[in-house]
Every structure is written in structure tokens, then in C-alpha cells.
Write a protein that binds this ligand. Structure first.
Ligand SMILES: NC(=O)c1ccc[n+]([C@@H]2O[C@H](COP(=O)([O-])OP(=O)(O)OC[C@H]3O[C@@H](n4cnc5c(N)ncnc54)[C@H](OP(=O)(O)O)[C@@H]3O)[C@@H](O)[C@H]2O)c1
Length: 406
């Protein structure tokens, strides 16, 4: 029997314990030895829980028990999760985590520590919750040149965008509902300002590059400036606004990575990804398009991804499962040189100026929208676009368009 410990008995951690209990038959069918949760580390006691007798408060109990060979880190945050994970790896205990903040910040260091101690550091649940996307990237797609990744990587923001779109509610109203339903944190900044999605596209980009794509180097915009008016125009163009994590490898080798809201045309599969669902759309130069879709968060879907890693580690006790992600920092292309079309809204008084600045712009109309001029520009670089919009005093909003061909 493989003995494991779970660090943090919150949403994901309690899901891991429950899943291992409920699916023990399924686990044993493929891994007859079975997996057992020996310890649960948390700050609190859990009186009345069927697992109360396994709760410990001292990490050393886990570190010093030679029977524990796998640790699930589902505490979140950087510390003490970082110290606990490193200490476990240094003792040859594999670590499986859902903590994207930690993976984005310390991934290569923890991967190297695991390699040096013949154990593994796996993090399937850190991107896309229950969606298996890291494993396919690391196994089924290693023969491919991945030319682009487009991801709806945050369920909270996708829920907000979808409800604004479907019901005409404004951002603050939907955010409040999302918080009441438990989809959004009380402090929603990491989600709505795009930081969470940015960490996830940084992780995927690093895995594709084999080097570190620092999330601090990725231009990051959230959804807090998207309005119901933008949604009306989006609908009139048969597009949907989606917060995307984007990775684009040009033929000359330049790599663009960005997190921002995009207008997604109806023809693109990401257009129909709604509510709390997530999806990752990958293009490989040989396999063409692939899409991974599912629940990007939630207790049991996320636990499922953590336990998938546990099963991999259980089959490889005493061996390292290799992950190619080095400390070397991958230099990203200058984001201002990336080119695309933009959707823009200005006051009607600047219609002529906008037409002069953006030659070839296509006007967009939407029901009930008076007193402003909305248009889609021709393709141009981000730098060129920024330079032109600096001359517009009444800019209401601008949203990038997803190019179907890229
Ligand atoms: N929830 C999801 O759907 C989801 C999906 C994908 C990834 N994740 C990631 O998974 C991680 C865990 O998320 P979660 O939603 O399960 O969080 P959570 O519900 O807050 O659970 C974290 C648990 O860890 C405990 N904890 C915190 N610091 C600790 C410490 N120093 N020692 C022992 N226990 C400690 C917490 O105790 P207290 O409650 O007393 O603080 C809590 O019980 C995060 O990195 C999150 O981003 C979550």
C-alpha cells in the first residue's frame, strides 16, 4: 500500500481524500497495491470528520515518516508550501500539487530538486483544474512543434463574461453573484485582473519552451474594464469576449505570450466555452488543432487531476518522472511588435478623427448604442495602435480581436 500525506484540508485537499476513499476500487483495478492517506496536515482540527484521526499539525511528522512516499500539496500560497514541498522532495517523497502560484514561481527549482532525489514533482491540477492538459503536453505532444496555445484558463472570469453576455448584467453585479455562489474569492483581484490566467499560461509556455517563461514578463490585462456596452457590440459581430491566455510562436522563432480579453469569433471553438468551464486550444505543426475542455476548478475535478499525478508517482517510486523545464529564462518577443485587429469605441465627436487615424476601419453598430462611434481596425502592431489611440481623447474601450488564422 502506498502511503500519502495531504497538506491542506480545504476544498481541493478534502477532495483528494474523498476521491481516494470513494474510488479505491478503480484505483486498485489499475494499481492493485492501493493508495492510502496516512496524514492530513492542516492548521485546524476537524472534529466530526471521518478523517479527524489523521490530522496532524507538524510537517515533521510527515517528513520523518519513511512510509510516506507521496505528498499532495493543496495548501496554496508560496509559504510554507514552498518550504514543505522542497523538504519533502529532499527526502525522496514525490509532491503532487494544485498550487499554480508556487509552480509558476518555483517550478524549475522544485523539478530539479525532485530529479536530484529520485522522486517527482507533478502539477497537472495547477492548470485547467480537472482538465488533463499538462500530461498530453509532456507525453502525447513531445514530437510536435507547438505553434500556439489559446486558453480560457480561469472559470471565475469566464462565468462573469458569460453572464454579462447572456443577461446584460454589468460587471459588478455579476461579480457579486459569483462571490455569493463561491465561484469568486472575496478578494477577486487575482482572477479578474488576469493574474491567475497569466500564471497558468506561464506554466504551459514554460513546458512548451523547456525554459522559464516568467509570468512577470507576460503582458497581463483582466476583464474589469469590460462593459455591457462592449458585450452588445460583441453580440452584433457574432463574437464573444473571453479572457485568454495566449502563446504564439512565429515562424522566425519569436514567442509572444499575453493574457487579455479577446473578441472571439463564432467560428472558433473557444467561442462556445461558457460559464465556469475552461478550455485549452493547442495547435501543433503536425497534429493540427486540439482542444481540451472541462471543469477548470472545483473540489472533485481538481482533486481528480491531483490523484492522477499521485497514481503516476505511485507507479514510479524511487524514480524521477522527467519534466523538461529549466531555470534558463526564455526571452519573449517585444509585445509591442505583435500585430492584430482591434475593436475600438470613441465618442461620436471623434468619428472623423478616428476615421483619419484608422484608415480602412469597419464601423460596427449595435442596438441601443447611440452617441458613439465603434469600429474594427485593420491589422496593425500593438505599438502602432497605441500611438494612434493616444490622439483620441474620448476612447471608451478597446478589445483585441482573435485572428482565426493565427
Ligand atoms: N478550489 C479550486 O477549485 C482550485 C482549483 C485549482 C487549483 N486550486 C489551487 O489549489 C490550492 C488549494 O486551493 P483550495 O481552494 O483547496 O484552498 P482552501 O480551501 O483555502 O484550502 C487550503 C487549506 O490549507 C490550509 N492551510 C493553509 N495554510 C496552512 C499551513 N501553513 N499549514 C497547514 N494547512 C494550511 C487551510 O487552512 P485554513 O482554512 O485554516 O487557512 C485550508 O484548509 C490553491 O493553490 C489553489 O489555487 C484550487
Amino acid at each position: 500500500m502506498i502511503q500519502i500525506a495531504v497538506l491542506g484540508f480545504g476544498t481541493v485537499g478534502s477532495g483528494v481524500v474523498e476521491l481516494i476513499d470513494k474510488n479505491q476500487d478503480a484505483i486498485r483495478a489499475r494499481f492493485p497495491e492501493g493508495v492510502h492517506v496516512k496524514y492530513i496536515l492542516d492548521i485546524r482540527e476537524f472534529p466530526g470528520s471521518p478523517y479527524a484521526d489523521r490530522v496532524v499539525h507538524d510537517m515533521n511528522v510527515i517528513l520523518e515518516d519513511p512510509e510516506v512516499s507521496i505528498v499532495c500539496e493543496t495548501m496554496g500560497g508560496k509559504e510554507p508550501a514552498h518550504t514543505f514541498s522542497r523538504s519533502a522532495l529532499e527526502r525522496g517523497k514525490s509532491v503532487c500539487t494544485s498550487n499554480k502560484e508556487l509552480v509558476a514561481a518555483f517550478g524549475p527549482e522544485l523539478i530539479r530538486t525532485a530529479r536530484e532525489h529520485n522522486c517527482s514533482y507533478l502539477f497537472e491540477a495547477s492548470v485547467g483544474g480537472g482538465i488533463p492538459v499538462i500530461r498530453p503536453l509532456l507525453s502525447a505532444l513531445t514530437q510536435e512543434k507547438i505553434t500556439s496555445i489559446l486558453g480560457i484558463l480561469n472559470g471565475t472570469t469566464n462565468y462573469i463574461m458569460t453572464r454579462m453576455e447572456d443577461e446584460g448584467m454589468d460587471f459588478d453585479e455579476v461579480l457579486k453573484i459569483a462571490q455569493e455562489k463561491g465561484y469568486a474569492e472575496r478578494n477577486p483581484e487575482a482572477d479578474v485582473e488576469g493574474h491567475d490566467a497569466c500564471r497558468k499560461i506561464a506554466i504551459l509556455s514554460s513546458l512548451v519552451a523547456g525554459k522559464t517563461v516568467r509570468y512577470e514578463d507576460i503582458p497581463c490585462e483582466g476583464i474589469s474594464k469590460i462593459t455591457t456596452e462592449d458585450m452588445k457590440y460583441a453580440r452584433s459581430m457574432n463574437m464573444a469576449v473571453r479572457l485568454l491566455g495566449m502563446n504564439r510562436q512565429e515562424e522566425d522563432g519569436s514567442l509572444y505570450v499575453r493574457t487579455a480579453p479577446f473578441l472571439v469569433p463564432e467560428e472558433h471553438p473557444l467561442h462556445s466555452v461558457s460559464g465556469v468551464f475552461n478550455a485549452v486550444f493547442i495547435h501543433g505543426n503536425m497534429v493540427d488543432n486540439l482542444m481540451f475542455y472541462g471543469r477548470g476548478a472545483g473540489k472533485l475535478p481538481t482533486a481528480s487531476a491531483v490523484v492522477a499525478d499521485v497514481m503516476d508517482c505511485a507507479r514510479n517510486i524511487g524514480r524521477n518522472i522527467p519534466i523538461y523545464w529549466s531555470d534558463e529564462v526564455k526571452t519573449l518577443a517585444d509585445p509591442s511588435t505583435e500585430s492584430r485587429q482591434f475593436f475600438v469605441r470613441v465618442d461620436i465627436s471623434e468619428k472623423e478623427l478616428a476615421r483619419t487615424l484608422f484608415k480602412g476601419a469597419q464601423e460596427v453598430r449595435a442596438e441601443g448604442m447611440e452617441g458613439e462611434f465603434a469600429f474594427v481596425t485593420e491589422e496593425q502592431t500593438e505599438a502602432e495602435f497605441d500611438r494612434k489611440t493616444r490622439s483620441l481623447a474620448t476612447l471608451k474601450n478597446r478589445i483585441r480581436l482573435l485572428d482565426l488564422g493565427k
